[in-house]
Design a protein around this ligand. Structure first.
Ligand code: GLY
Ligand code: MN
Ligand code: MN
Length: 463
């Protein structure tokens, strides 16, 4: 044990001083307990991705960090989530790690910096952030080399000297968290999902369905939106890693606030509950599903009018999900249905063409957002892809996107008949662009109004 390690300084105002003798005592007397070393189950696929990245950047050093723990307050942290770029290339990661693809023999060799074990050193029991006695064992250097199938693995402590040397060498270096072009490339790599990714997304939707059923069960007696959020989150933690984004549990007029996640409102049996929630698997692939549910089990006539219109719009949008259509086509189709419905309800005046006139777009007062984004490791996946590949690109087989039209009638909107004010409806599904058209992964959650009422009744009958 070197001098620096002996100095076991307290990290916080409330940590005790640690006498050197205790450091010495704690450093020995531990039996060998090797981790079961194994390769990542998806290693072949992960290697292919790293090789594709290597081919795209000949001669450059490519640095992909796993990300750091984010401070919640002082010395407490949020649960760590691996940076998406690292997860895509490595499967998963521990905080502070870094993948380096080093130019080598016309391609690249892979080098990983991973946190070393610290048992036998003072930090083992004095470092509340990295000490293995505090936070559990790290994967370690040797185990990481095998698990990630990299050509070499070195301890994290070697990173500063490595980067300094790299800086001095004048080599071309690109870092995924600093280099916009590399981030863009990594985003675009993820636009097309492979069979494993589709299976994970399917699983995320299946667990999400069970989470919605837990929420429906809770809805029967829940006094506040928090109980709905808690019911869903419980399923996400029991069967998977987490929720893929903050759950939106919006009852009544809260549904008109798009990202309502305060979830502190009251539940009323004559109101709707807009529940936008998705389970994130251990692999970090996430679902993103919205259902708008009558809290009392039955839609009122006014709620049903709005609901059916959004449902029709969503159906039109999903029908437009097919290879070769442009990304915005589902949006165009859905907005056409909504705009026509708004005219029929007397909320918009004039012809449909006038309503859709790009110079006015008045329908957007009630629709508020477009209907699609890519879905995958991130809920808003591939967000750094270039517009020509994403927003202004064409749908290609293997893409996964949401279709999520909504209508939101604010409670104080004088352009809306009184009976509709305070009603917000969104219906959101996760759809694969398949050769034959759309494959709706979340269709396992009922969405037609009558089917939603039947679903609630069925869940309640077994509660
Ligand atoms: N839950 C966020 C979204 O639907 O995009
Ligand atoms: Mn969404
Ligand atoms: Mn959503």
């Amino acid at each position: 044990m070197d001098t620096q390690q002996r100095q076991a300084r307290p990290q916080t105002a409330y940590d005790p001083d640690t006498p050197e003798a205790l450091v010495e005592f704690m450093s020995g007397g531990w039996s060998e307990r090797p981790l079961a070393a194994r390769a990542h189950p998806q290693l072949a696929r992960l290697r292919e991705r790293r090789e594709a990245l290597s081919r795209a950047y000949p001669g450059a050093y490519l640095l992909v960090p796993s990300g750091a723990e984010r401070v919640r307050a002082n010395d407490t942290f949020f649960r760590f989530r691996t940076a998406t770029e690292f997860a895509y290339l490595m499967g998963d990661g521990e905080p502070g790690a870094m993948l380096v693809l080093e130019p080598h023999a016309g391609g690249h060799r892979s080098l990983l910096f991973a946190r070393e074990h610290n048992r036998g050193r003072a930090e083992f029991f004095t470092d509340r952030v990295h000490g293995e006695l505090w936070v559990g064992r790290h994967r370690g250097v040797d185990e990481s080399q095998l698990y990630y199938g990299v050509d070499a693995c070195r301890p994290l402590s070697a990173i500063p000297a490595y980067l300094e040397e790299l800086g001095r060498s004048g080599a071309a270096v690109r870092r995924s968290d600093e280099d916009a072009e590399l981030a863009e490339y990594l985003s675009e790599m993820r636009l097309i999902k492979d069979a494993y990714e589709l299976a994970e997304l399917r699983k995320a939707c299946e667990i999400t369905k069970r989470g919605f059923e837990d929420a429906i069960r809770a809805m029967r007696r829940a006094k506040t939106e928090r109980e709905i959020e808690a019911a869903f989150w419980s399923r996400a933690r029991i069967e998977a890693n987490d929720v893929g984004y903050l759950t939106i549990a919006a009852s009544g007029e809260h549904a008109c606030t798009l990202h309502w996640n305060r979830n502190d409102g009251a539940m009323r049996s004559d109101a709707l509950l807009l529940l936008d929630a998705g389970v994130e698997c251990d692999s970090l692939y996430t679902a993103d599903v919205t259902r708008t549910l009558p809290i009392g089990g039955r839609f009122t006539a006014a709620q049903r009018v709005v609901y059916d219109l959004v449902w029709e719009a969503q159906r039109a949008g999903i029908e437009a999900v097919r290879p070769g259509n442009d990304f915005l086509e589902p949006n165009r189709r859905a907005m056409r249905v909504l705009a026509k419905g708004l005219i029929d309800l007397g909320i918009l005046s004039g012809s449909l063409d006038e309503a859709l006139d790009p110079q006015r777009q008045y329908y957007r007062r009630y629709t508020l957002h477009n209907v699609s984004h890519m879905l995958g490791l991130d809920v808003h996946d591939c967000a750094k892809a270039r517009a020509q590949e994403y927003r202004h690109g064409r749908l290609r087989e293997g893409m996964v996107l949401t279709v999520e039209p909504g209508l939101y009638f604010q409670p104080d909107d004088e352009t809306v008949p009184a009976e509709f004010r305070g009603i917000g409806v969104r219906i959101e599904d996760d759809v694969v662009v398949a050769a034959a058209g759309a494959e709706n992964l979340s269709a396992i959650l009922p969405s037609k109004a009558g089917a939603v009422e039947d679903w609630i009744a069925e869940v309640w009958s077994t509660a």
